[in-house]
Ligand binder design. Structure first.
Ligand SMILES: NC(=O)c1ccc[n+]([C@@H]2O[C@H](COP(=O)([O-])OP(=O)(O)OC[C@H]3O[C@@H](n4cnc5c(N)ncnc54)[C@H](O)[C@@H]3O)[C@@H](O)[C@H]2O)c1
Length: 273
């Protein structure tokens, strides 16, 4: 989608981080926005930061609620007349070992990260097919091709999102709808602050500080790269130098790299005991 001016973009997770920066930059490019999130205050904060020349609607949507996502797609078309792009960006994480995490926390992550993207893609697809040109941008992660310990449900859900994206690409070949599968590395956002931790497990404050140190890309830069991928109709978009390095290491040492990271996490856990 070379020209974003006057395009209608539906975006989830717009109240914080990458989503907020996407909203600001898309508005600057002349896109009209339908912004969704569960965080009403954050959503209002985002709208205050947007160029005033574009039409903006805000919607309280829990992406894990299928009926709500389908109703939102209808609302977007009722408010804006049509929709050209959907960006399924909302996401959450947890920090706990798979043998310790509750099914409730596992499902919380999986339902938002995987089903949120599935619902958001399928609900908007009939509307997108009505346009001459349309795009779906689904935010996955480097965790889709490299799982990090303590992130079991997130790793599984992001792998599943990648599989979904590639399947949609195959099935929508030669249609008007392009799909971009986005794989960011560490982006300095609220993702760890908003994550669920188990009682007596990893120290949340420490984890947040560590993440803020290692997350090498700002959400502003991430949004810039994602929009770059959208205008170039890229099928796969890595975000951040760490994502490029991880992608390479996984190709070179598919098992060895994983074993090494597992060992490093083990040693780190023993040190903090
Ligand atoms: N930050 C990173 O290092 C990183 C790396 C790879 C991928 N990602 C992905 O980027 C996307 C954006 O995350 P972020 O880093 O900006 O985090 P963030 O926590 O700053 O923003 C996530 C947004 O999603 C919203 N959200 C959470 N649950 C929701 C639900 N059920 N329905 C609707 N909205 C909901 C939150 O309210 C928040 O506004 C996520 O899909 C995340 O998995 C982030």
């Amino acid at each position: 989608m070379k020209n974003l001016k006057d395009k209608v973009v539906a975006l989830t997770g717009a109240a914080s981080g990458i989503g907020r920066c996407l909203a600001i930059q898309l508005a600057d490019k002349g896109c009209h926005l339908a912004l969704a999130d569960v965080d009403e205050n954050g959503l209002q904060e985002t709208t205050k930061l947007l160029a005033t020349s574009v039409k903006v609607s805000t919607h309280i949507v829990n992406v894990a609620n299928k009926d709500r996502v389908y109703a939102w797609a209808d609302e977007v078309v009722a408010k804006h007349g049509h929709v050209d792009v959907v960006i399924n960006n909302a996401g959450v994480a947890s920090t706990a070992r798979l043998d310790e995490i509750s099914y409730e926390d596992f499902d919380w992550v999986f339902n938002i990260v995987f089903y949120g993207v599935l619902y958001g893609t399928k609900a908007f697809l009939p509307y997108l097919k009505q346009r001459n040109e349309a795009n779906i941008v689904n935010i996955s992660s480097v965790n889709a091709f490299f799982p990090f310990p303590n992130n079991g449900p997130y790793n599984a859900a992001k792998h599943a999102v990648k599989g979904l994206n590639q399947t949609f690409m195959q099935e929508l070949r030669n249609t008007n709808v392009n799909i971009t599968s986005v794989h960011p590395g560490g982006i300095k956002t609220n993702i760890v602050r908003n994550a669920r931790f188990i009682e007596g497990g990893v120290d949340k404050g420490k984890k947040v500080r560590e993440f803020d140190k290692v997350a090498g890309t700002s959400p502003e830069k991430a949004a810039e790269i994602i929009i770059g991928g959208l205008v170039k109709n890229r099928k796969r978009q890595l975000v951040g130098k760490d994502a490029v390095v991880i992608d390479l290491l996984v190709r070179l040492f598919p098992q060895g790299f994983s074993d090494l990271v597992g060992l490093a996490f083990d040693l780190e856990a023993k040190k903090s005991q």
